[in-house]
Design a protein around this ligand. Structure first.
Ligand code: SF4
Length: 400
């Protein structure tokens, strides 16, 4: 099984502390957004991507996740984070380099490096940054489109994807918010399939936060071994279970500012739980989401928080969770990091990056994954709609 960066994950070290550099590689957390290597890759990508002027952040209307703001404002870190964010936005110059939708060899190298496990560092986000609300900003297309044209194109892409993936759903098996929270933390640096094959044994042995909080770490490590980073993941899931028991009465909280206080839980993990276990709209900016929205020129931002804000401005809040599923599903099945199947892509006419991947229809068809390529999905227990559409359940761990 090839281990890949495939899922929304926790962004903090298991003990809740920040980790960078070498030590962070051992931790379970985010997908390496702040690693030096990744920053270099992102920088290289920036240089080969056609850009217009970066959008200035402009608060407009009621921000999503408003409840998280007070907690964020209370910390000193918040005061530090805000000015630097503003400065970065103001000082980013407009760049014009390679033609839109084309990636140079340097750009391809950058993309390749982004998915190389060795480059993946799992840093912490500042707590305040994690709990900050989604900012509403003005639509500022990075290409030559008008804001109206970009909104129309973006929404059309989402509508088309909704037809391609009418059964889109979170690809982690779960039966309650606790299971989804743990599964999402475990999905760092591995596939949802591998997590789904591992969690049945975990939840059978430790069905509640109380059970997992009192678990013998060595026993949990043995169960989690197939997920990779099993020691760090064991610390995370036991740590978050203890926190749930001690601070939240053994229940998974339904608020962003509470969720991000849990060890190993960052914004992405929090939004996965909020969106799929509690029905609160949220945008999950994972590695697929970041790659695709830049290919589509919905934004040229590289910071997950800014991507969240830029994409959020293009869609009604009520569509955010389904939009996240559509984009992530398309990234997993057709618009891959290294070899996007452009020749088999249903939204090719709407995509400025058409041609970045294989355009020959027959060759492109062979690149399709999961149900689009005729293979099983990632969930052992997928929703009925998926099965009705011809999707197949994933096999359990150890099955041929
Ligand atoms: S597969 Fe190609 S055409 Fe389709 S969204 Fe990705 S880059 Fe665009």
């Amino acid at each position: 099984m090839v281990v890949r960066r495939d899922s929304a994950v926790g962004e903090r070290a298991p003990d809740g502390s920040s980790k960078t550099g070498k030590s962070a590689k051992k931790a379970v957390g985010a997908e390496g957004e702040t690693s030096p290597a990744k920053k270099a890759a992102e920088k290289a990508t920036k240089k080969v991507t056609k850009r217009a002027e970066k959008p200035a952040e402009k608060p407009a209307g009621k921000p999503a996740g408003k409840k998280a703001a007070p907690a964020a404002k209370k910390t000193a870190a918040a005061k530090k984070a805000a000015p630097s964010k503003t400065a970065a936005t103001r000082n980013t110059p407009a760049k014009k380099t390679a033609p839109a939708g084309r990636t140079t060899s340097a750009g391809k190298a950058a993309v390749a490096r982004k998915v190389k496990p060795a480059d993946v560092v799992l840093p912490a986000e500042a707590a305040v940054e994690k709990a900050a609300p989604v900012k509403k900003i003005a639509v500022r297309p990075p290409g030559g489109e008008s804001p109206t044209a970009l909104v129309r194109r973006a929404r059309r892409i989402n509508r088309e994807l909704a037809e391609v993936y009418p059964y889109a759903h979170p690809e982690l098996d779960f039966e309650n918010p606790f299971q989804l929270l743990v599964a999402t933390v475990l999905s760092a640096q591995t596939t949802d399939l591998r997590v789904n094959q591992t969690t049945p044994a975990l939840f059978a042995r430790y069905p509640t936060p109380e059970d997992l909080a009192a678990a013998n770490p060595e026993e949990v490590e043995e169960i989690l071994r197939p997920c990779g980073f099993f020691r760090a993941k064991t610390r995370s899931v036991i740590g978050l279970s203890k926190s749930l028991v001690e601070n939240f009465g053994g229940e998974v909280p339904g608020r962003l500012e509470d969720l991000v206080t849990l060890p190993g839980v960052g914004r992405k993990t929090a939004f996965v739980v909020l969106g799929n276990a509690y029905g609160h709209p949220g945008i999950t900016v994972d590695t697929h989401f970041q790659r695709l929205v830049r290919r589509w020129q919905w934004t040229d931002e590289t910071d997950p928080g800014k991507i969240e804000a830029a994409v959020g401005a293009l869609f009604p809040k009520s569509e955010w969770t389904d939009l996240s599923h559509h984009v992530i599903w398309h990234g997993r099945r057709i618009c891959h990091a290294r070899k996007p199947a452009c020749g088999a892509c249903p939204i090719a006419p709407l995509c400025p990056a058409y041609g970045e991947g294989e355009t020959d229809p027959e060759k492109a068809k062979k690149l399709l994954k999961y149900e689009k390529g005729g293979f099983p999905g990632q969930r052992l227990n997928p929703p009925r709609a998926y099965l009705d559409a011809g999707g197949k359940p994933a096999p359990p761990l150890g099955a041929a």
